[in-house]
Write a protein that binds this ligand. Structure first.
Ligand code: SAM
Length: 252
């Protein structure tokens, strides 16, 4: 199973549908989570936190809050999603790149991967991403990983959501299920119903293949990449993983 790459650009949501992103997922829905991320980073970092690299930053919804505290560098595979985020966060640095391989040639106080991490479907990809995060993180800094779910918390479900923006409207059905419990993926099928300003309507189907790993795998790959792992449960009962990059004299 491949992750997104320029050869395999992945879900429609981040290409043709990107312009509709604020009707799928709006900044208003992120205030509490961004506050939690801010508090958690501050609680785990050694020294001051000024610079934050977000890998897979998408439409920049979390960034729209975190930019009040930090200088943000936002990296995403999708040029279309970066364009959405640039409109919301013009003061942030935006760069196109793959979280597995991007090389910015500089280090940050903290590195964050939010729900974009769900698109890594193999353990070796998690490790590759964490090694890359390590290369971009200063000593005493932290990496924070916020997957939507882990193997132990996964539940098949169906949700519906969407918004109007005054001219356009979108509703979607999100149907999550795991056809093969023995592998490290599950599927989310999205059905979008778009209403255009002229009143015409369109329907799209969009399949997202996502990674599903047990807690012990997350902890193991964080350790393998060289970080000291931490595991916490957030206010919404989701698993959050951190890696502390200790200086060699503090390592252990
Ligand atoms: C759900 S969106 C992120 C939304 C984001 N949390 C926000 O606050 O707006 C997931 C993003 O991950 C990006 N993505 C997926 N795989 C990636 C990879 N290997 N490297 C960089 N970005 C990736 C997609 O292009 C997409 O923009």
């Amino acid at each position: 199973m491949e992750s997104q790459s320029p050869a395999n650009p992945g879900p429609l949501m981040y290409r043709q549908m990107a312009d509709w992103w604020p009707l799928i997922s709006h900044p208003d829905d992120y205030a509490d989570e961004a506050a939690f991320i801010h508090q958690t980073l501050e609680a785990h970092i050694t020294g001051e936190l000024h610079t934050l690299l977000e890998l897979g930053s998408g439409g920049g919804n979390n960034a729209s809050y975190l930019k009040a505290f930090y200088r943000l560098t936002l990296v995403d595979l999708s040029a279309d999603m970066l364009a959405v985020s640039r409109r919301l966060n013009p003061e942030c640095e935006h760069l196109q790149g793959n979280m597995l391989t991007v090389d910015l040639g500089r280090i940050f106080d903290a590195v964050m991967v939010h729900d974009a991490i769900m698109y890594l479907t193999r353990q070796d990809e998690l490790l590759q991403m964490l090694r890359n995060a390590w290369a971009h993180c200063r000593e005493g800094g932290v990496v924070i990983l916020l997957p939507d779910c882990v193997k132990e918390s996964f539940t098949p479900e169906t949700k519906q959501h969407g918004r109007d923006d005054g001219k356009r409207a979108l509703r979607y059905l999100e149907w999550t299920y795991d056809p093969d419990e023995s592998d490290t993926t599950f599927i989310t099928d999205f059905a979008y119903l778009l209403r255009h300003p002229d009143g015409s309507a369109q329907v799209f189907h969009d399949r997202h293949v996502m990674g599903l790993f047990p807690r012990r795998t997350w902890i193991e790959v964080i350790r393998q990449a060289g970080f000291a792992p931490r595991w916490i449960v957030d206010h919404w009962s989701r698993d959050v993983f951190l890696g502390i990059k200790k200086s060699p004299d503090l390592a252990g």
